[in-house]
Design a protein around this ligand. Structure first.
Ligand SMILES: [Zn+2]
Length: 260
């Protein structure tokens, strides 16, 4: 069916852009106006409202970077995206061209970026930066959709303990490494007496992850955990391991090393 209403809207939009007074907006202004209008003209930016009002929430980080002028590489804000988003919200192009975005909204866009890094803290109980604000540093902003469907937008890491994090669509801090979750699960067990298979069965973690968790805690004295470095490692085995690493072998293919 031919959508007359949509065609009429598009026609008016093009007339506004082509026949009206010359419209020249920078990408920062276009993104800020769009965020302001789809957010319902609130005086300050609200991440959750913007997220739910965009056809695809994963575009929000890029749109925010456009609005803040903080894109690390040049990207185009496509006219087709602007047209379809405005149409979805029933916002005429005339309104978009004429709107005045209040300074409070522009300020809140910038403040939100600063808030993220400054207000978040490392969640690892053994870390010196545990729950101390400002202990995390930004490592990236690429949007990734996990197999589970979860969308991660903003990446951070703790320089004190090496744990990596990301923010999800709700702005919640998620651990990307699995040391904190592994710590919670493994501390209830006795790794000194249990084998890897038993631990995997009891925690639901893979043997690979358990091995990495134990190695992580073995290298961190004073974490008050199950894996204080107590065993003596054969120097022959360490040498062989280093040789394999230098040769570029994969970690998994070295699984048989413990048996020698
Ligand atoms: Zn930390």
């Amino acid at each position: 069916m031919f959508d007359w209403e949509k065609q009429q809207w598009m026609l008016e939009a093009w007339e506004t852009l082509l026949l009206g007074n010359e419209v020249h907006l920078e990408p920062t202004e276009v993104a800020a106006r769009l965020l302001y209008l789809v957010g319902g003209r609130d005086s300050v930016f609200n991440r959750e409202i913007s997220m739910s009002s965009l056809p695809d929430p994963t575009v929000l980080p890029t749109l925010l970077q456009h609005a803040r002028g903080s894109l690390s590489e040049k990207r185009t804000l496509h006219l087709s995206f602007l047209l379809s988003t405005l149409y979805e919200h029933g916002i005429p192009m005339l309104e978009f061209v004429a709107v005045n975005v209040p300074q409070s909204f522009l300020d809140s866009l910038r403040k939100e970026a600063v808030r993220k890094v400054d207000e978040l803290s490392c969640q690892a109980p053994w870390c010196n930066g545990f729950q101390l604000r400002g202990t995390l540093v930004k490592t990236g902003t690429t949007v990734k959709r996990r197999k589970s469907g979860e969308v991660l937008l903003y990446y951070l890491a703790c320089l004190k303990c090496g744990c990596e994090y990301a923010l999800d669509e709700q702005g919640e801090l998620k651990e990307r490494t699995y040391f904190i979750s592994g710590h919670k699960l493994l501390r209830q067990l006795s790794p000194q007496i249990l084998g890897l298979k038993d631990m995997a069965r009891q925690t639901g973690m893979t043997e690979d992850k358990i091995r990495r968790c134990l190695a992580y805690f073995c290298t961190r004295q004073g974490t008050g955990t199950f894996a204080e470095p107590s065993s003596i490692i054969s120097s022959k085995l360490v040498r062989r391991f280093l040789d394999e690493v230098r040769a570029g072998s994969k970690l998994k293919s070295n699984g048989n090393m413990s048996s020698s």
